[in-house]
Design a protein around this ligand. Structure first.
Ligand SMILES: [Zn+2]
Length: 270
């Protein structure tokens, strides 16, 4: 083997190599579609809400790598001494631990019996015990990521369920914003996100209201992730969502659509 190290691909090259062209069924302004994990595929699932997130770092590359190779602490769950599944989310672990102290009677957790897909189940500490925390590769993803420069990337097709907000995943679309809790989102980021959400609400007939455009913490009560946190300017954002022209009505997209808005040519994938 040559001692000369091979040139490492740049981040952009990695993205280009791993992604595919933007898909026809998603937000037209999406710069690139990069497949990330999703844990279910449903045809024509009902989408009732949009969940707003911020990442915990200011680099899109971090989010990209996190989605490509997520690692999270998990615990084994056992019954009568035998391992029967795994618990994935740290905040559920803490709630489960408080359960062991007898605070509640039962809790719904994301639970993966050996060799099966993730699903939700009731954890009863009277029957089950928690094993040691360990690190394991588990899926984590959101449908869209809005970078600080306003670029939008798609990671999961809208019709699929992404792994972003616990029990709220199934009927929602998740949007990550590259932003640490110590920084404000940028104005172009708000604007791009508002166009995206306007597009999604129009397409899925979701009211453009706070009851349907929710923060991670609101959608997923169990999370300990301060998301999107107090720096997210909800009044400004909601005004933008309602005021913005959906991007698919812009001239550049009209050209490709023969004058039809994008949602009219949207066809669910089989
Ligand atoms: Zn979040």
């Amino acid at each position: 083997m040559s001692r000369r190290a091979r040139r490492r691909p740049t981040f952009d090259e990695t993205v280009m190599a791993s992604g595919t062209a933007p898909i026809a069924t998603g937000f037209p302004d999406t710069r690139r579609f990069i497949q990330a994990e999703f844990f279910d595929r449903q045809t024509g699932r009902t989408i009732n809400r949009v969940v707003i997130h911020i990442t915990s770092g200011n680099q899109f590359s971090s989010t990209f790598y996190w989605f490509r190779s997520p690692r999270r602490p998990i615990r084994r769950i056992s019954q009568n001494g035998a391992v029967i599944g795994k618990i994935f989310a740290p905040h559920w672990l803490r709630r489960a631990n408080s359960l062991e102290a007898g605070h509640e009677a039962g809790i719904v957790i994301r639970f993966a019996p050996k060799g099966s897909r993730l699903h939700n189940a009731i954890f009863d500490p009277a029957i089950h015990t928690l094993g040691a925390e360990e690190r394991e590769q588990v899926p984590v993803s959101a449908h869209y990521v809005v970078d600080r420069d306003g670029m939008v990337y798609q990671f999961v097709e809208e019709n699929n369920v992404a792994y972003h907000a616990g029990l709220a995943n199934r009927d929602s679309i998740g949007i990550e914003h590259v932003c640490s809790p110590d920084d404000d989102p940028t104005e172009v980021q708000y604007q791009a996100s508002a166009r995206l959400v306007n597009y999604l609400c129009t397409k899925y007939n979701i009211p453009k209201e706070r009851s349907h455009i929710v923060g991670h913490q609101e959608a997923d009560m169990g999370t300990d992730h301060n998301c999107p946190g107090p720096r997210w300017n909800w009044p400004n954002y909601m005004a933008l969502v309602n005021r913005t022209a959906p991007s698919f009505l812009s001239e550049s997209f009209d050209n490709a659509l023969d004058g039809l808005p994008a949602f009219m040519r949207w066809v669910p994938r089989r």
